[in-house]
Design a protein around this ligand. Structure first.
Ligand code: GLN
Length: 461
């Protein structure tokens, strides 16, 4: 049952169904399908059903799949890692509190690449999730569990975290909407850090309007996350200049993806929107800069899993020295990709290499943000592919980290510049949808949603 939040609300209002009935039908769907897709790691069969007074709340009728790196008090939170297999959260993330206060229900916690590091959900210690459209293929990642859950009709909303594309890329692979907000609009309190200057929580939904509804609930200043603010700009203007990012349509993009995107652009033009080509000259340096900064921040954020504060439970007396205990805990608790990134980040931050790698990457980050600044002087929103390929086969890239990291080539720029970016289906190639990415300037989510809703209407008609 692929229904929007609004769709469920209306059905309940008309008396065609009840809140309990919708919840039971999602649970039944999870029972039927989760063994195949492995979308959920934990299911809350006894989620409190919402009482009648909540009917007028914005998220009444919204049933959420929450990525398992977002805390819910007294529930297990694994981050897809062996090191946290038995970890129970001591408090609830601000985003989840806001969802519950506004009438939403959490159906369960979903699978992810370990600590959100990956693009396919294959780096989870609990096995890969599968793409419900073709179960031989990946749902994308790292928030692949949430994307698969909503695409497979197990819920009608989801939460993911996006550090370099982990909401938008799986949304594109599973044919749903995925939105990464402006950095600093959504609280990270209770969200496990991967790369703190990029991480941002956002929704998966079945339409753009639902993404906007969820964003309006979860965003805003939170005293538990000092970078949050209330700077969202109000926008009502309906006429947009759309920029097509020139550098994103050249090399390395799959022909089918390109064909569908170009048809989508033609439809926008035909609908009378003003479309121009724009350029981001530093695009080729975006992925290398992301890799360096991300790994550097990962290496420091992972330091807390030392077996003392957080970590694997093991026979401590058996470790003779503190070094032994660290090695055993981190050696056995972390998977390959996490270790690879800790090593890379530690190297980039070490004396002698810091200037050559880390500082340089930060300078590139500034140049990329400036590229966007000048583009947004000419256009209101920009249009780009979300991914360079259609969903790949399980096992196809997992032993080749470099080609896996190339999946993020079109998404990392929004994180480097802190911009809001949404992925929405814009057409089909066989059974798969192709994701189009729409980006706007920082804090211009209102403009982004207006544009994305307009595009959605054009592409659906
Ligand atoms: N796939 C990207 C990476 O592996 C992004 C991950 C994310 O956004 N959490 O780094």
């Amino acid at each position: 049952m692929k229904t929007t939040i609004k769709g469920v609300q209306e059905k309940i209002k008309k008396g065609e169904t009840s809140h309990e009935e919708v919840f039971s039908s999602y649970l039944a769907r999870i029972k039927e399908r989760n063994e195949t897709t492995n979308a959920f790691l934990t299911v809350f069969e006894k989620s409190k059903t919402v009482n009648e007074e909540k009917k007028e709340l914005p998220l009444y009728g919204a049933f959420f799949a929450v990525k398992d790196n977002i805390l819910i008090k007294e529930e297990r939170c694994t981050a897809g890692s062996k090191i946290l297999e038995h970890y129970v959260a001591p408090y609830t993330a601000t985003v989840v509190e806001k969802i519950l206060e506004n009438g939403g229900v959490v159906v369960g916690k979903t699978n992810l690449d370990e600590f959100a590091m990956g693009s396919s959900t294959e780096n989870s210690t609990f096995g890969p999730s599968r793409n419900p459209i073709d179960t031989e293929r990946v749902p994308g990642g790292s928030s692949g569990g949430s994307a698969a859950a909503i695409a497979d009709g197990m819920c009608n909303a989801g939460l993911g975290s996006d550090t370099g594309g982990s909401i938008r890329q799986p949304a594109a692979f599973c044919g749903v909407v995925g939105f990464k907000p402006t950095y600093g609009t959504v609280s990270r309190s209770g969200v496990m850090s991967m790369s703190s200057s990029f991480d941002q929580v956002g929704p998966f939904t079945n339409c753009v309007e639902d993404a906007e509804t969820v964003f309006n609930v979860i965003s805003g200043k939170d005293e538990r996350d000092s970078v949050t603010s209330d700077l969202i700009k109000k926008e009502t203007q309906e006429n947009f200049r759309v920029g097509i990012l020139k550098e994103y349509f050249v090399d390395g993009i799959n022909q089918e993806v390109k064909r569908v995107l170009q048809e989508a652009i033609k439809k926008i033009e035909k609908a009378g929107l003003d479309v121009v080509e724009v350029s981001l000259p530093h695009t080729e340096y975006a992925l290398p800069a992301y890799e360096i900064i991300m790994a550097s921040e990962v290496s420091t954020n992972m330091a807390r899993y030392d077996g003392i504060r957080y970590g694997l439970e093991f026979d401590r007396p058996a470790a003779k020295t503190m070094q032994d205990a660290y090695l055993k805990n981190r050696g056995e608790g972390f998977g390959k990709e996490v270790k690879r990134r800790i090593i890379l980040g530690t190297y980039a931050l070490s004396a002698g290499y810091y200037d050559a790698y880390y500082i340089r990457a930060q300078k590139i980050r500034t140049l990329i943000a400036e590229d966007f600044k000048s583009v947004f002087k000419k256009v209101d929103v920009v249009f780009a592919p979300t991914t360079p390929t259609l969903p790949f086969k399980i096992g196809e890239k997992v032993e080749d980290p470099l080609s896996m990291h190339l999946s993020d080539i079109f998404t990392v720029t929004a994180n480097l510049a802190g911009l809001p970016a949404i992925s929405l289906p814009c057409g089909k190639s066989g059974d798969f949808s192709v994701g189009a990415q729409v980006l706007a300037d920082r804090f211009y989510e209102d403009k982004l949603f207006l544009a994305a809703k307009k595009f959605e209407k054009i592409w659906k008609s």
